[in-house]
Design a protein around this ligand. Structure first.
Ligand code: HEM
Length: 127
């Protein structure tokens, strides 16, 4: 039987690998690296906590950092539509690399598309 919780279906190990591969791409993406810290260790650690709860696992992010308020937390960073597309492209490539496929990937990716679009807080001109 298939677990109904995406976090359980993916597993902690694969999720961690996904996020590590994602930030390896962010670190060299011309549209993204300028707005990120040089050392992404702590960013990746927080993202693993966040994705764990985003996918229905334990609320690791909230336990350590409080309410996610993701849009508010992103306000200091200029997130243009181009950067949202770049962020999603890095995630799609990372998903390919860890072999995340099928319906689970589609559902997860679509949720990320909605969240990424929600995070856009600057026009292309102001970014
Ligand atoms: C933090 C950019 C979308 C989750 C950050 C940071 C930047 C950033 C620059 C700060 C990194 C740091 O100082 O450590 C972007 C861009 C996005 C995007 C350009 C494009 C739309 C998303 C999405 C999610 C997300 C879709 C969740 C599904 C997070 C989390 C953090 C974070 C959990 C850490 C927050 C914290 O400091 O506690 N993001 N982000 N981001 N982002 Fe994003």
């Amino acid at each position: 039987r298939k677990p109904l919780i995406p976090y359980e279906e993916i597993g902690a190990e694969k999720l961690s690998e996904l996020i590590d591969r994602f930030y390896a791409k962010v670190a060299v993406h011309p549209d993204l690296y300028p707005i990120f810290p040089e050392d992404l260790t702590e960013t990746a650690r927080k993202q693993k906590q966040f994705q764990t709860q985003f996918l229905g696992g334990p609320n690791l992010y909230t336990e350590e950092h409080g309410h996610p308020m993701m849009r508010a937390r992103h306000m200091p960073f200029p997130i243009t539509p181009t950067r949202a597309k770049a962020w999603l492209a890095c995630m799609a490539e990372a998903m390919d690399e860890v072999g995340l496929e099928g319906k689970l990937r589609d559902i997860y990716y679509q949720r990320l598309v909605m969240t990424a679009n929600h995070m856009v807080n600057r026009s292309e001109e102001d970014g």
